[in-house]
Write a protein that binds this ligand. Sequence first.
Ligand code: G6P
Length: 610
Amino acid sequence: MCGIIGYTGSANAIPKMMKGLSVLEYRGYDSVGVAAQRKNGTEIVKCKGRIGALEEKLRDEPIEDSRCAIGHTRWATHGGPSDENAHPHRAGKVVLVHNGIIENYKELRSELLGKGAVFLSETDTEVAAALINDCYAAEREPVAAIRKAAARMRGAFAFAILFDGREGEVYVIRRGSPLILARGRDGFYLASDMTALLPFTREYCALKEDEIACLLPDGVSICPADGTRFPPEWKTTTMTPESAQKGGFAHFMLKEIHEQPAAVVKSVSPRVNSKGLPDFSADGINADFWRSVRHIQVVACGSAMHAGLLGQRLIEDYAKVPTTVHIASEYRYHPPVMSEGTLVVVISQSGETADSLAALRYAKEQGIPTLAIVNAVETTIAREADRRVYTYAGPEIAVATTKGYCTQASVLWMIALAMAHAAGRLTDEKAREAVNCLLRDVPAAMEQMLSREDRYRKAARGLINHEHVFYIGRGIDYALSMEAALKLKEISYIHCEAYAAGELKHGTISLVEAGTPVLAISTERDLFDKTESNIREVRSRGAQVTLICRSDIAVPSETADELISLPVSSNAATVFSALLAVQCIAYEAASLLGCDIDRPRNLAKSVTVE
Ligand code: G6P
């Protein structure tokens, strides 16, 4: 949700801004801009639209001799997408870019208007710039000015700030929104996430909450309130520049779908001990901890919440521990009852989703133990949770998650096994066998499913001329259906609803008419007969049915118009195969419709506003 980047050093800054911004575009792409220091002051070039629009502008007004610059790509919150609302914003001696939301910007704005400030945009960011400028006039020193202004601001922010007359200096502060600093061979960088910095360096340091740092061409200082200065502790990321590139695939989404078999292994294997049993000791979690859990509340947004729904079924089936799933943005306004033995599990690919973070903080305030399942390492949610389990999916660039969700599901599967094993509900032998299914059968089955593009394209052709589509399933397949429907909506813009197969007849079946596409998922053998009855109900009303079904069920030919068979080497293999199939159907539908698959309209990958 907005991406920011900055550089100071000995090299030309603008090409670095453009490269970094092109990676950060997944965070928002309503407008884009850069500010660059030059001999005669700081120059801003910005416009509505994507990076191509800025490139065109820079061709007309090139900035060639800047060694210090900041840049921004925007997902509009306060004020629509326009040239005026694009960042960077200037106020007096201050030029800045911002990721986040200043909640009390209205009151600050009227106060600053009273002091003679003039605003050109509708953004909260311009108010922040004016406030920092006002504080700078009083303090005459950037760090003190930023600290004073930050004390007045409520909400979330990561700022990169240039001050007139301070050549080569970039100041940053963060609260709630992410910010990474990095050290390269030719200077120092900042960005909203590490992937944007991978083209330049792998040495990084994640700025902590409310920390201010000053970047100079020859070093970085962290500036705490006591007036001291100290250098960051640099670490080296295991991510490579290639991991953030398409690697020959038409889209990041397709690449990430193909990475899933390997990603499942990466997420499961660190949680398997030398006896082949589920074991989270490497994450600092032992069997006693699992045994102490009486009730789980999963809190997440979007696909991560859908992964929670899948996890709920697994944890309740295997470990018999009652589990409820909550939409993060609702959680703290209507918190469920917490009691002794409650564990709050926050799931987030990005580790920065504002609603999930707010829910995590709420749970912590209540004194409830928290565990985060996160992909992006050292992010705010990962840092603030009492315990963290990384999914190790690697960078996910496409806005619509695939391998992020898939690895959340595999980690939840392992948690269900670990809890059941710790509670004595699963023998060593059964636990070992289940772990093996995840490590061996799931990747093999997913690989097999990857080669069925023709089936997915055919199924997708049946959807693209319709305005409404339904997914139906029971049990785990209902949870999968919700993710399947979201995937289709997000990237192809076809309206799709997921229904528990038995629920459709209680009202919504009235929307089914001749030709309505219905996709049914059936991975649970015992539930097939019931699901089949529901399929018959919609077929007899004219629905065109695609059945995604385990291959060991003899499906009568009149049951479905199209059949996609799933490998059945194990239950897990069947479930993950169905997941891959629905992701590919969404991908093919979006591709047939010519949609911008990696950057669907109005969305952003990392939503850092509530
Ligand atoms: C956004 C994305 C969704 C994602 C959700 C949660 O809305 O568009 O695809 O599932 O955020 O993101 P997280 O990073 O917390 O998993």
